[in-house]
Write a protein that binds this ligand. Structure first.
Ligand code: CDP
Length: 796
């Protein structure tokens, strides 16, 4: 009789285990960078530019040096003497660490003061006198590309204009031919506005250089500690084995904590110069105006359609605004991230996409805010375009999508841009969503309401997201191949520690990685501790962003557990005195095939690995796995929102939101639901309220939480989540696909499509996000599209 353990009881796959990390978080016992105090620690503050574009005539820091308690003032000039005024970015560009020649965006780092406490440092920053000569300011690609526009990056040899790159993908000639066959051509143009990940904890670092050991330890808020270690080694020319990056608890990352920021570099240099620990903790405004913006892309496209609704081809032309430095992380092959994942869920024969990246006088942009390298923009455009095309054809929104979906038996499916999607049941997800929202009934209710002057709308959004970069053949950052790793050590009592190259920032890795080990080995999850974020102990990995943890590091955890199980099988054969071939495995136990009652537990095997191993066997039960995924994982989701718009004020309320997510096998269903709810909340914020833009002088409008709104539980709508569709990933060891970003990626179009649907009688084709009441009111009142592109009037 089987003596296998009950997987749910031991906290394996499918168990909605409470998050173990919450034990410390809800007790206020988290250990964030700012919680760390080292003996003799000094504090650093940054002086930022008030102007968006200006030549620096001079910097006089003498008054700052004179303030008691000041230990060091760093300026660009001093950095330049150490060859550190500029640093390489993760996208093969350069970025000023401290400005020397010019400032290129409002909030740019101009000088740093290191003092006994942060208040002295801040006062001293204000005592630094900078003489600026203002220059014309550029805040959008149109201005950047205009004839005679000032060249923002005149620091770069051969840079004659403001173009960062021109990039294209797909089949231009084939697309042209398909357009010639079209019965109907549908067009759409929109701007996906800048948004900011705005994690609760800002960026920060504590650099601690020890002259006696030559070791540099940096505690910092990074989502990718090993990448930072490599960057510090290259920029500061320090030996890599003498650098230890520790990323303690992180209060939200969302992509904001992937790039290398000047504050990190300055705190490291200051610590080396002063031989004391130096702490830099960014303030909220500093974070909002200067670090890792997302989106800011102008998308226009055309869809070639047959009268019966079949999509023949798609053309997309994009202008992306990267700010003053191209400094976000991209797989190096793909200049505009994975924007070309657009339309991957639909069976479209041919497509072509161009993107021109431009420099502007804005903080560096393009960060993958809760998204796999520009997939959010791709899916938003896709679903806005699908809505426009269905309307142009006079077709039902759901039917139009259904007839163009990739069908269940067409996987693996090659998209027109060259991706290979892995698996899915798209129509089934749509059906579940339509039933849950009460599609037919709502359409009737909507028609009735219209007769009474009430505006009801329904928006459908579907998304499939390429999650889990690499494979290493195609994906690298600065040439470092994208794979990940896990190390598992099973102690002699059968307890275990697992370490990975990923870094949790709220996703719950400490809970879910233990569940994977539990599934593979039958060790109860509570007997497994998970550790991440310390480059001296964790195996090399590319970090956590792009929802790559489960697809890559999670897979590595499963693979290392399998290596351990393979060795444990040999130990079991030895203990049971049979040959390995006669051994069977059931959860938590090996047994003799011919005598199932004769068995040994995984814990007994662990003990034997240290006390009773067979002759010739290496002692111990530890291993490491590096996992290079054969492909990305492709989760799928359908989000459907219903809204009511008040025609008098433009205010809109969500009546219902239904989410159907298929992320393959769910490790921890409760954590998955939390991820989806968080994403839908962020999506709602982007669609409804998050307004961070720039006026004509490059002033960042929305640089505080009075203007840049985060939704609270009060205004966030309720969500109805559905988990009945499960399509395991065919190439992931446990069949899981990523989930962390899906709802933030696919959610915005559901809300916006719903509002546009409510306004369908007005002839308005597009209102740019955020759909603020005044924009919606303007669209209704004047029957016109409303653009959100900067510059805005500063009193808007
Ligand atoms: O890379 P990131 O951690 O942001 O995203 P993810 O891999 O999508 O995982 C987010 C959280 O959901 C992690 O704790 C995962 O282990 C969990 N998850 C899950 O339980 N089942 C899945 N199929 C996917 C993720």
């Amino acid at each position: 009789m089987s003596q296998a353990l009950d997987e749910i009881k031991i906290g394996g796959l499918g168990a909605s285990r409470k998050r173990v990390e919450d034990n410390r978080f809800i007790r206020g016992k988290g250990n964030y960078t700012d919680d760390i105090t080292l003996p003799g620690m000094l504090h650093m503050e940054i002086l930022r530019s008030p102007l968006a574009h200006a030549r620096i005539r001079s910097i006089d820091a003498s008054k700052a040096w004179d303030i008691p308690g000041v230990h060091l003032v760093l300026t660009g000039e001093m950095m330049a003497t150490r060859n550190l005024a500029w640093m390489p970015t993760l996208s093969y560009d350069t970025q000023a660490v401290l400005a020397t020649d010019k400032v290129r965006f409002q909030g740019q780092e101009v000088a740093c003061v290191i003092a006994d406490d942060p208040y002295i440092a801040k006062d001293a920053c204000e005592a630094i006198e900078v003489d600026y000569e203002p220059l014309p300011v550029i805040v959008n690609p149109e201005q950047a590309l205009a004839e005679g526009a000032p060249v923002i990056r005149d620091d770069k040899e051969n840079q004659q204009n403001n173009v960062v790159f021109d990039w294209e993908v797909g089949d231009a000639a084939g697309t042209d031919r398909a357009f010639e066959q079209a019965d109907v051509i549908s067009r759409l143009k929109l701007h996906y506005p800048r948004s900011h990940p705005s994690p609760i904890e800002c960026c920060g670092s504590i650099a601690d250089f020890n002259r006696a050991t030559s070791k540099l330890t940096v505690y910092m808020t990074t989502q990718a500690p090993h990448i930072i270690r490599a960057a510090v080694a290259l920029v500061a020319e320090l030996p890599e084995h003498m650098i230890r990056i520790i990323s303690p608890d992180i209060g939200g990352g969302f992509g904001n904590k992937v790039p290398v920021y000047p504050g990190y570099v300055c705190s490291i240099l200051a610590s080396i110069l002063l031989e004391r620990p130096v702490k830099w903790i960014e303030d909220k405004t500093g974070n909002l105006i200067s670090t890792g913006f997302a989106r800011d892309i102008y998308l226009s496209g055309e869809m070639a359609l047959r009268r019966d609704g079949k999509i023949l081809a798609v053309r997309m032309n994009c202008d992306s605004d990267h700010g003053a430095f191209f400094s976000d992380a991209q797989p190096s092959k793909f200049k505009i991230g994975l924007l070309h994942s657009a339309f991957a869920a639909y069976d479209i024969p041919v497509a072509h996409l161009t993107d021109r990246g431009t420099y502007t006088n804005k903080a560096p942009g393009g960060v993958a805010y809760r998204c796999s390298f520009r997939v959010t923009e791709a899916m938003f455009f896709q679903e806005r375009m699908m809505q426009a095309a269905a309307d142009d054809l006079g077709m039902d929104q759901a039917e139009f999508r259904r007839m163009n979906f990739v069908r269940d038996d067409d996987f693996p499916h090659r998209t027109p841009f060259g991706f290979l999607t892995d698996s899915g049941q798209y129509a089934k997800c749509l059906d579940v969503g339509l039933k849950a929202i009460g599609y037919e009934d709502f359409r009737r209710e909507q028609a009735e309401a219209r007769k009474q002057g009430r505006l009801l709308g329904l928006g459908i959004s579907t998304m499939t997201e390429p999650l889990g970069a690499g494979n290493s053949r195609e994906y690298d950052i600065l040439g470092i191949k994208m794979f990940d790793s896990a190390e598992l050590k099973v102690h002699m009592t059968g307890k275990a520690i697992v370490r990975t190259g990923a870094k949790t920032q709220g996703q719950g890795h400490e809970t879910t990685w233990a569940q994977i080990v539990s599934h593979e080995l039958g060790i109860p999850a509570e007997d497994i501790v998970v550790e991440e974020g310390d480059t001296d102990t964790a195996p090399f990995g590319m970090g956590t962003y792009a929802s790559r943890s489960t697809p890559v590091a999670g897979a590595a955890v499963a693979m290392v557990a399998r290596k351990i199980r393979a060795k444990a099988r040999k130990l079991a054969a030895h203990l049971l005195e049979v040959s390995e071939e006669d051994i069977e495995w059931e959860l938590g136990r090996f047994y003799v095939r011919s005598a199932p009652d004769r068995g040994v537990t995984i814990q007994e095997c662990a003990m034997a690995a240290y006390s009773n191993m067979p002759d010739g066997m290496e002692p111990g039960l530890e291993n490491t796995a590096y996992y290079d995924p054969p492909n990305l994982t492709w989760p799928f989701a359908v989000y459907i929102a219903t809204v009511e718009v008040d025609p008098e004020t433009g205010v809109w309320d969500v009546l219902k939101l239904v989410a159907v997510d298929d992320c393959g096998v769910r490790i921890n269903p409760m954590i998955v639901e939390g991820q989806i709810m968080g994403g839908l909340t962020e999506a709602y914020a982007m669609a409804n309220m998050q307004f961070i833009t720039f006026d004509a002088e490059g002033n960042c409008v929305g640089s505080n939480y009075m203007d840049y709104l985060l939704p609270s539980a009060w205004e966030t709508p309720g969500f109805e989540l559905h988990s009945e569709v499960v399509t395991p990933c065919p190439h992931h060891p446990i069949g899981a696909k990523g989930i962390g970003e899906c709802a933030a990626v696919g959610g915005p179009a559901a809300y916006v499509n719903a509002v546009m649907d409510a306004l369908s009688q007005t002839g308005v084709r597009n209102i740019d996000m955020p759909l603020l009441p005044d924009r919606v009111w303007e669209a209704i009142t004047y029957s016109r599209d409303v653009s959100g592109a900067p510059p805005v009037r500063s009193d808007d």
